[in-house]
Design a protein around this ligand. Structure first.
Ligand SMILES: Cc1cc2nc3c(=O)[nH]c(=O)nc-3n(C[C@H](O)[C@H](O)[C@H](O)COP(=O)(O)OP(=O)(O)OC[C@H]3O[C@@H](n4cnc5c(N)ncnc54)[C@H](O)[C@@H]3O)c2cc1C
Length: 461
């Protein structure tokens, strides 16, 4: 698009944004801080049958925590296995150090630039879907410095809490998921960018995030596999307490534990809608019939609003597509040892045992998860330059998935309109990181307990 076309687009965008926002606010009300149906007002605090909608990392960790509280759990999942969609191909970073929200003051210009320049990291595509524009408008409303700061701190608190719950879970119930606890390197290619990154990181540091600033020699000392790229790196912020692990392997192992303890996982089962009566959900209509429980948890990732809007629960969650490569190491001598994010190219690299996982790109493509080799050319080239002897790049497995993004980049918890329908959805770009804490919070809300972290700004009404 030419620059004057971009200006026309901005006016069109603002017009459509205001219009759709007004329509959405009129028809649905606004997501806000409070909660009209207070958590804990559920009179039935006894053991319940809880139906969890969605078998991604969020649904499965929720079922695990609910089962721990003594509830009977049923997970409904349309794929033949759990973690078959977004939770399969992510970068595996459990990264409170990566809690910065995307809705920042820089985001509007980045979005605009992506229309004019061919940006590899961000790809905005026009669409006939009005929800793209209403969501984008709400997203832009979150892009002030004050809101970005507030949302980042809320997200960091949830991410740090979640990492603690993950550590509790694996201490009590060991899971093999190719965990790597050598921290994450957030590296920059120029001294100016590194200085800006360090200044930016002060916000998370003020909230307890441990960081160490490394020059290029120290980066290579920490991970010698980056030696070939030493001259391209100015330095890095190392978050030593961030970690990585394969979220699909973890989710599937946890699902086995749930089954072994008497839980039910209905795979190959598509949810078509809800049965309701007054303020209660009374059943879930699926391809295998009606499934009834006492309480229900909505954990369908990007598809949560598609289903919930049928019963008047409107959630501003929009899919943002990302791509990943899984590269077998196959005897190559210098695979990455420490997970890294190339902050210039926005490419993330993790090591899962004998594989490397590389992820990149934020693309507005609706619910389209298709991909072609050219979508991966840039991220593959960047990774190969960084780790030339890191893996067998010719045998890389390609994948694309949808981040369930909210305008604030914070997930939704609590209840909206129905007394026994709990939300745990909209975990965006660090949903694996936030899943364990989100699961505990949801189990606490269902039990009528006060969650361990303050919920201001995280509950819907
Ligand atoms: C490229 C990329 C890189 C990422 N990297 C990281 C990272 O490094 N660290 C991190 O923390 N997070 C990362 N994420 C984000 C993370 O993967 C997601 O936030 C997380 O997986 C969301 O989990 P979920 O359970 O909410 O959604 P999903 O995994 O999508 O689970 C929802 C489930 O609901 C099922 N479902 C949907 N509709 C229906 C229906 N009608 N009937 C039955 N079942 C249905 C789906 O099949 C799916 O299994 C990344 C995401 C992407 C795309």
């Amino acid at each position: 698009m030419q620059p004057n076309g971009a200006v026309a687009f901005v006016f069109l965008f603002i017009y459509i944004g205001v219009d759709t926002l007004l329509r959405q606010t009129r028809s649905t009300g606004k997501i806000s801080q409070g909660n009209a149906l207070r958590p804990g007002s559920n009179e039935n605090k006894d053991i319940m049958k809880v139906i969890v909608l969605g078998g991604g990392v969020v649904g499965v960790t929720t079922a695990y925590q609910l089962q721990k509280d003594g509830h009977e759990v049923v997970i409904i999942e349309r794929q033949p296995v759990v973690a078959g969609e977004t939770s399969w191909g992510n970068a595996g970073m459990v990264a409170p150090g990566h809690s910065f929200v995307w809705s920042s003051p820089k985001a509007p210009m980045t979005l605009l630039k992506s229309l004019v320049l061919k940006d590899q990291a961000l790809r905005f595509r026009f669409s006939a879907d009005p929800r793209l524009y209403s969501w984008s408008w709400l997203f832009l409303m979150e892009c002030t410095a004050e809101k970005a700061r507030r949302n980042t701190l809320l997200k960091h608190r949830l991410a740090a809490y979640s990492q603690k719950i993950l550590q509790d879970v694996i201490a009590e119930d060991p899971v093999d998921y190719d965990r790597n606890v050598r921290g994450i390197l957030y590296f920059h290619r120029s001294q100016e960018a590194l200085d800006r990154g360090v200044a930016h990181m002060k916000l998370l540091e003020s909230d307890g995030q441990l960081i160490t600033v490394l020059d290029r020699n120290q980066v290579v000392e920490l991970d010698p596999s980056l030696a070939a790229a030493k001259d391209k790196i100015a330095g890095a912020i190392h978050c030593p307490t961030d970690e990585t692990g394969d979220s699909a392997k973890f989710t599937r192992a946890l699902a086995e534990k749930i089954l072994a303890r008497g839980g039910t996982i209905l795979t190959d089962t598509t949810i078509n809608g809800f049965e309701t009566s007054g303020q209660d959900v009374t059943g879930i209509a699926t391809s295998k019939g009606l499934i009834k429980g006492d309480a229900y948890v909505l954990a369908l990732g990007s598809y949560s609003p598609v289903l919930s809007r049928q019963i008047g629960v409107n959630l501003p969650i929009y899919p943002i597509k990302g791509y990943s490569l899984t590269i077998p190491i196959e005897g190559q001598p210098s695979p990455p040892n420490v997970a890294a994010v190339d902050e210039h190219n926005l490419v993330a690299v993790s090591r899962f045992g004998d594989r490397i996982r590389v992820t990149a790109t934020a693309e507005f493509a609706g619910f389209d998860t298709s991909h072609k080799p050219s979508d991966f050319a840039f991220m593959k080239r960047v990774t190969q330059e960084l780790y030339p002897a890191g893996g067998n790049y010719d045998r890389a497995e390609m994948w694309a998935g949808l981040r369930p993004m909210t305008p604030t980049n914070l997930p939704f918890f609590g209840r909206k309109k129905y007394r026994n329908l709990y939300l745990n959805t909209g975990h965006g770009h660090i949903g694996w990181t936030m899943s364990h804490g989100s699961a505990r919070i949801t189990a606490d809300l269902i039990a009528g307990r006060t969650p361990a972290i303050p919920m201001d700004g995280l509950l819907v009404d």
